[in-house]
Design a binder for this molecule. Sequence first.
Ligand SMILES: Cc1cc2nc3c(=O)[nH]c(=O)nc-3n(C[C@H](O)[C@H](O)[C@H](O)COP(=O)(O)OP(=O)(O)OC[C@H]3O[C@@H](n4cnc5c(N)ncnc54)[C@H](O)[C@@H]3O)c2cc1C
Length: 309
Amino acid sequence: LALEIKENEILANHSTFRIGGAARYFAIAESTDDLIKARDFAKEKKLPFLILGGGSNILFGDNGYEGVIIKIKDMKLEADGLNVVAGAGVLFGQLIIRSIDYGMSGLEWGAGIPGTVGGAVAGNAGAYGHSISEFVKSVAVLAENGEVLRYSNKDCGFVYRGSKFKNPDNHEIILEVEFALQKGNKRKSGEAIGDVLAKRRGKLPRFPSVGSVFKNIVVDELEEKGEVLKLVPAEKIKGGKLAAGFLIEQSGLKGRQAGGAKIAEEHANFIVNTGGAKAADVLELIGLCKQRVMEKFGIALKEEIIVIK
Ligand SMILES: Cc1cc2nc3c(=O)[nH]c(=O)nc-3n(C[C@H](O)[C@H](O)[C@H](O)COP(=O)(O)OP(=O)(O)OC[C@H]3O[C@@H](n4cnc5c(N)ncnc54)[C@H](O)[C@@H]3O)c2cc1C
């Protein structure tokens, strides 16, 4: 089957933020073959390409994307012993449920995190003290030269909310991920998921968003650590990290609006689209958060989300 490549596809329809202009070209890749075709197409047109999973961690610009967006929908999911192999396009939530069905456990903390396996691994998604990198055994990627390479966990460059695949200069495409899990108990896993979802429900904003906008601060990496510790109560540092949302709230920005965008009342590290928000509105709030937190705490906030301008 020939790969269908659409023109001028509205990206707001492919982002959980519901924000973004048109992509010059847009393809849905259901196989490695499709990915190669879509990438070759971009090369022929001398345009950049961007891999899209669930669009739950990305802010598209109001002018869209002058290139090829390749949405990945590789849905393979197989179990072998205590390993699960998932295609990059499988929803992370589906991986969690299916691995429990297979009699395994380990990923319950991730219940409620939107997006795909590829997106979760690229961004080293995490919650409640866990990150997906703890469970990744290997990652198969499509390299720039067309070869399929398999990286072991330690070669993926995992860091807090990142990996080498999230670096904009890395053009490798995650094809599938092998996870190493533990033997599970379906009833206990079901309860754990129920607990996680209940906790999340209380905290999550009801408007469209792309999750936490900024990374939390790894206190040991701060240059002016001593100065910061004078300004922040010790109990606000958990697992060596200081919540970006706390710093934004302390800077008096909770609830601040720009156009249709708003710093969420429920969680100051979320910016929400209350209706008709433009990327420019979100960028204004991002700039404001950075400026105020720098002024008040001397800390440079860094985006967790991918921003396409
Ligand atoms: C309500 C809400 C709650 C959230 N809660 C959490 C949370 O608790 N913890 C957390 O970590 N995140 C959270 N997020 C953020 C987001 O869900 C995660 O970052 C998720 O893992 C992103 O996956 P995605 O498929 O949507 O990625 P996308 O947004 O589609 O892409 C993100 C980045 O990954 C790259 N990418 C995607 N697939 C591939 C691939 N196959 N190969 C190479 N690169 C790829 C993209 O190019 C892009 O740079 C939340 C988001 C929302 C909206």
